[in-house]
Write a protein that binds this ligand. Sequence first.
Ligand SMILES: [Zn+2]
Length: 526
Amino acid sequence: MSSDRPKFYITTAIDYPNSRPHIGTAFEKIGADAQARFRRMHGYDVHFLMGNDENTIKVDQRATELGLGPKAYVDDMALQFRQVWSDLNVSNDDFIQTSEPRHHDGCRKFIQAVYDAGYIFKKAYTGLYCNGCEAFKTEKELENGRCPNHQGQELKRIEEENYFFRLSAFGDRLLAHYRDNPDFIQPESRRNEVYNLVESGLQDVSITRKGFSWGIPVPFDPEQTIYVWFDALLNYITALGYGSDDETRFEKYWPADVHVIGKDITRFHCALWPAMLMAAGLPLPKSVYAHGFVYNKGQKMSKSAGTAIDPMTVYRTYGADPFRYYFLKECVFGGDGNFSEERFVELYNSDLANNLGNLYSRTLSMCVRYFGGNLEGSAAIDPVDWREGLDLDALAAELEGLVGTFEFSQALVTIWSRVLDTANRYVQNTEPFKLIKTDPDATKVVLANMADALRVVAILIKPFLPATAEIFYRAFNFEDAEPWSTVRYPSIARPPMNRPDWTVTAPLADGKPFPLFPKIQPPKES
Ligand SMILES: [Zn+2]
């Protein structure tokens, strides 16, 4: 029964739908996806949530500019976002739009609970408001009298009567929580940042706005609508049915195991959100992982600065797996990364075309050419030769540690340097293309070893390059020995028991495998 399996609830930040996804948001979704796939593969009952943040003034403005109603506009944008994530092989189980009734219902229940608990009060408020952030800015946050993230925009002075959340009441409890749960905020550097921020004192925050028709009305004062962050953060529980259905999903999956977010929104997720949950008497998420930013040759990807690269451009040209590989390998998930087309082509040619693709095509070509695709007797061959010097049990354990803590780049470096390089070196040293002329039996032993290497690589890259991994696993009849749906990292160390002889099952054209990663010419200097 599925109930025996440990659950793993993983979320990403929800995105503003006022423009299409960019590489920075794609980076986050791909990282979360690798984690979700890794957990599913290792027996977890995973629930992976993504979504769009729709109850914002900007959405309403943008829809008006386009002559659309806000709901028609956000629904259309949600379709576009979901198409991009699907094209990138992101395996989310649910996609919440915060304009959905389930979200509205859950928000109303939540804000009422916090109000009843005495943590919401009304007061007149004057503050400096940044339209770009959709947030009030305190004096000490300003740079040159403007928002540090939106230097091009004037701040607006807004005066109105709003409801406030008594965030200031939670400082000590938050600090105690950070101390008692050292893994709550990851990576470590982000933890210190948040700790210092909370230690320096928290102010109560405005959580409603007056006079906006698009948004969620406050149940105890329908003239007010719930304001951006208080509303947005609740998607993590409303998507599970909190406040809208029988809540069995909520009871099963909450608290979240990890919220994957960008480093610019840690304070909302690590201070405001846990305080909101404390106020409502709900359990806190187990951890928050803040990833870095992706820069375009050193410049921050930003919708407002107009430097965003449409991920579809890169993806359409090179495919989903090379796109995923670039970001997971080249950009350390907890740090910042760079995108440049030159580096992309370099990495593609060296790691995918020459290394990964070459092992695949050489193994298949020789099996087909020398043995008609059927390695008769290979069930009796123990593939110890290519593994010489490799401790695959230890490697599986090491990689489980790395992937489990979002160290994807290091995991991929390890897979390439310890497994793929070893397998390719084995082919160079044994020279099966020469050996076949003098010793077909010895050649068959080499090819059985190479087939085993393909099997090992397929399993290891499954969370990262899902399409390629499956192509590798279906190259031979590996499925007859161990179903693809049940392989785990420790499977690499054991050649499957009672296995049949390996037979090529990959589709062929004129007796040759289809090229997986045809080399690309480096872009011309511009
Ligand atoms: Zn701003």
